[in-house]
Design a protein around this ligand. Structure first.
Ligand code: ADP
Ligand code: MG
Length: 445
């Protein structure tokens, strides 16, 4: 076949597929293919990545045969070249004249400090860290998606970045993207404005690893939720790794059932509040990174008083070191008291409602507020309800009868019983003590 005929044959093939497939499919898979040359009876196509090539061959081999000639061995006279692939054996150039070749993941912005080695492990985050490392080592081949959820400042973003760093270092050919959910939405909005949404969709769908932070921001954004769901499905179906973080487990997100089901497809891992030892270890680690000498006693003091948010632990450390620098003093227990005083003070009391307690306890134990008020007696519900009752008796100044009624019409003896049970348990259960302290702070804030 002549060169012109070969190219013509390709365009005829494109006309044929355009009638056959959806506009989106065409935009995603065929529009980015360029004809490079048609010589020696062979057509060379430039594809943006190996997936486009694979897609074409897997899905259209038979049709291609009707349009393009075959080689003597029966294979198609078709060659592929991947766009931006470095030429084989590039000629050696003097260092200074080497052009800066953008690497695959140049645009990915990750915090250099958020790596696995800088993530301190403890019982509360061991499982989630192993899961994160697992997907980083074998993207798309273990849990997909990996859904990480937990409260603020507990290291979700840190782990997401750590996966990104690891993949970039160990799987150099994989294309990754880290984006906050808000960033994803903003991208979509501006691409719609510039009429370049097909390009954007194609960009996302060609990724090997997609790291999405704070998926809770997708709640109540119906149009974007649908687009995200398509992207998500497209990636998972091609065994591309997706990792999502959220402040709640999938079932508590106000998203469509379909979206929630997708999030639960793979592994859902919870990141909990680090225990005391881990908090001390984190403080020591952060201090050494900043070149600060932190006496044990001071680390213990901070870790004891700030327990539900690692970001705040770091904040206390920064504040302490800034104070010492300004005052020209070494970090010690005396300066600690004056610089951190207000962080650890209890706040003046205010009028507290049962509603506020229910809200806080529901979030803490990941249950629905309405369940706490319902007659349900499953352990998952009954225990948080008892905690809420305990807190209500401690913090609300109404009569016991009135408080009990706010729990869906319970009696005051139920309330007292719950209060006694939790008061007793809290004495010996460190975790429960922390949880209650956390709820109390949240309620009083
Ligand atoms: P989240 O995304 O869950 O709100 P981040 O990932 O932003 O929390 O973490 C807040 C800060 O706490 C970051 O500076 C992070 O490095 C630090 N951090 C959280 N958990 C750990 C940990 N286990 N080890 C070391 N640093 C941690
Ligand atoms: Mg975060």
């Amino acid at each position: 076949m002549l060169t012109q005929d070969l190219k013509e044959a390709w365009f005829q093939f494109l006309d044929f597929v355009q009638d056959k497939c959806s506009a989106t499919e065409f935009e995603n898979w065929f529009a980015p293919i360029k004809v490079l040359e048609g010589t020696n009876g062979e057509l060379t196509l430039q594809v943006p990545n190996i997936f486009v090539q694979q897609y074409l061959i897997d899905n259209y081999r038979k049709d291609l045969r009707s349009f393009l000639p075959e080689r003597s061995d029966g294979s198609l006279s078709l060659r592929f070249s991947i766009a931006d692939e470095p030429p084989p054996n590039p000629p050696a150039l003097p260092q200074s004249s080497l052009p800066q070749t953008p690497s695959l993941n140049d645009g990915v912005k990750l915090n250099h400090a958020y790596t696995f080695p800088h993530f301190i492990e403890g019982p509360a985050n061991q499982f989630v860290k192993s899961a994160a490392l697992g997907v980083a080592m074998r993207p798309g081949k273990s849990y997909n998606p990996l859904f990480i959820h937990g409260g603020v400042g507990l290291g979700k973003t840190h782990l997401l970045h750590a996966i990104g760093h690891y993949v970039m270092e160990h799987h150099k050919k994989l294309k990754i993207q880290y984006i906050s959910t808000e960033g994803f939405i903003n991208d979509l909005v501006s691409s719609l404005r510039n009429k370049s949404s097909a390009k954007l969709k194609q960009f996302y769908r060609c990724l090997d690893v997609l790291l999405i932070d704070d998926i809770q921001f997708l709640q109540n954004r119906l149009n974007f939720e649908e687009e995200f769901c398509h992207t998500f499905e497209a990636l998972i179906q091609q065994s591309k790794q997706v990792i999502v973080t959220s402040d709640k487990p999938p079932g508590q997100l106000k998203l469509s059932e379909r979206m929630i089901a997708r999030m639960e497809w793979g592994l859902v891992a919870h990141i909990d509040i680090p225990d005391f030892e881990t908090r001390v270890a984190i403080l020591q680690h952060k201090a050494s990174l900043k070149g600060i000498r932190l006496p044990h006693k001071v680390a213990y003091f901070i870790a004891e008083h700030i327990f539900n948010n690692v970001r705040q632990l770091e904040g206390a450390l920064n504040r302490l070191s800034a104070y010492c620098q300004l005052m020209g003093k070494e970090i010690s227990d005396e300066v600690m008291a004056s610089s951190l005083g207000e962080w650890v003070q209890t706040r003046p009391s205010k009028r507290i409602s049962v509603e506020a307690i229910l809200k806080s306890v529901a979030t803490l134990f990941e249950v629905k507020e309405s369940d706490l008020r319902s007659p349900k007696r499953t352990k998952k519900i009954a225990f948080p309800r008892q905690v809420a009752m305990y807190l209500a008796k401690e913090l609300v100044s109404d009569s016991l009868m009135k408080i009990a009624q706010s729990f869906g019409g319970k009696t005051h003896s139920t309330l007292l019983h719950s209060w006694k049970k939790i008061a007793h348990q809290v004495e010996k259960d460190e975790k429960l003590k922390r949880q209650i302290e956390m709820a109390r702070r949240d309620i009083e804030k």
